[in-house]
Design a protein around this ligand. Structure first.
Ligand SMILES: O=C(O)CCC(=O)C(=O)O
Length: 370
């Protein structure tokens, strides 16, 4: 058996056979793979000759589209735009850039696909965190982020930071921190314990926080388990435009380890949509479908633009949702109405409660007949 086949379920960049595998890559990709393997991140110039035009267009159009006038006047408004790829071709092009997909696929050993975008006009000042607790794959670590600078970044406009080497830590989960599954329904109340743990581990191991003083058009890949975040924005008047695209890899299952009650058999498989196709992706482990995907596979194909699309599908059984009693579910939330009003969700086979808590609330989706 070849080294790649021996451990097919481990990303090439994380493999104990990395040294053998990396020799098979062309030099540019080998450099990126080696940086990711050693440091947990790798920097590259974004491979799109129209990238400046696309980034400048987003910077020009988003403030009006998302009503950031209020923010520019100093009011508190969210400036984190999730999944703008659904309405903006430029965001989608960046996320689905074929050369980036080829690099990621080669250095991980499975085909990469983009599933989420985030656009930011200013620094996030987010605490250090590793993505694997929010998005992980089974087998794990087939996930990464690509962060693209839409403008030059320096110490004053809140550069991305990271702890090189933190990607070698074990992917600790709720059971390692002693977080009970009984607390899991409360929107991750113990999340701060992960953040404390990561900071303490970095201190203990003497890992140095580094920042990405990016040039406009430079990008950085971070591994699923690299601890990273946003530095303090020293100059509150500066912008720090950027896009993060999150990628998974094919032939895995996709989950949120923070939300899982694994040992009672409750795994929150994510309803992932491949940005390239707009279609849901099945959850698969070692070639077998698992979780919701199984149920979805039994549903007829449907055209989300048809008004009666939802009526053609089996009703979602609301008693199954662990999110039904979530504190962010508003009074009068009607799961059937929510699906009828948003046929894109029916097409993806999502749990209406879960979708509302994670996305619908911020997106301002209607949840009951007025
Ligand atoms: O852009 C930043 O400051 C951090 C973004 C980030 O940490 C994330 O999207 O996971």
């Amino acid at each position: 058996m070849s080294p790649a086949t021996l451990l097919d379920g481990v990303p090439l960049v994380e493999s104990p056979f990395f040294d053998d595998l990396v020799r098979q890559l062309p030099p540019d990709w080998a450099r990126i793979a080696t940086d990711l393997h050693r440091q947990g991140y790798a920097v590259f110039d974004f491979p799109d000759k129209h990238i400046i035009e696309k980034m400048d267009g987003i910077v020009r159009d988003f403030p009006a589209r998302y009503g950031w006038g209020a923010w520019e006047e100093g009011k508190s408004v969210s400036t984190r735009i999730q999944d703008a790829w659904q309405t903006d071709q430029r965001v989608r092009d960046i996320a689905a850039n074929p050369a980036v997909l080829d690099i990621l696929s080669a250095i991980y050993g499975r085909r990469a696909f983009p599933f989420q975008t985030l656009n930011f006009p200013v620094g996030t000042q987010q605490a250090g965190h590793a993505d694997y607790v929010h998005f992980n794959s089974i087998p794990d670590r087939f996930m990464c982020g690509v962060w693209l600078a839409f403008e030059d970044i320096d110490d004053d406009n809140g550069p991305l930071f990271y702890y090189p080497g933190s990607h070698r830590w074990p992917t600790y989960q709720n059971e390692h921190l002693g977080i009970s599954h009984r607390r899991i329904n409360d929107q991750f109340p113990e999340y701060h314990r992960y953040v404390d743990l990561w900071e303490r581990m970095a201190q203990k191991q003497g890992l140095k926080r580094e920042t990405f003083k990016a040039r406009k058009g430079q990008a950085l890949i971070w591994a699923a388990n690299l601890v990273h975040g946003g530095s303090v924005q020293n100059d509150p008047y500066r912008t720090r435009w950027s896009q993060v695209t999150h990628y998974f890899f094919e032939d895995c299952a996709y989950t949120t380890p923070l939300a899982n009650d694994t040992y009672n058999g409750k795994v929150l498989y994510r309803d992932i949509v491949d940005i390239r196709t707009g279609k849901p992706v099945a959850n698969v482990v070692s070639g077998e479908q698992v979780g919701w995907a199984l149920r979805r596979a039994t549903k007829p194909d449907l055209d989300p633009s048809r008004k009666d699309a939802a009526a053609t599908l089996p009703r979602y059984d609301a008693t199954e949702s662990r999110f039904a009693s979530h504190p962010e579910i508003p009074e009068g939330f009607d799961p059937a109405f929510y699906l009828d009003a948003h046929p894109d969700l029916v097409a993806a086979g999502v749990d209406p409660y879960q979708h509302y808590v994670l996305f619908g609330k911020t997106e301002g989706r209607r949840f009951r007949a007025e």
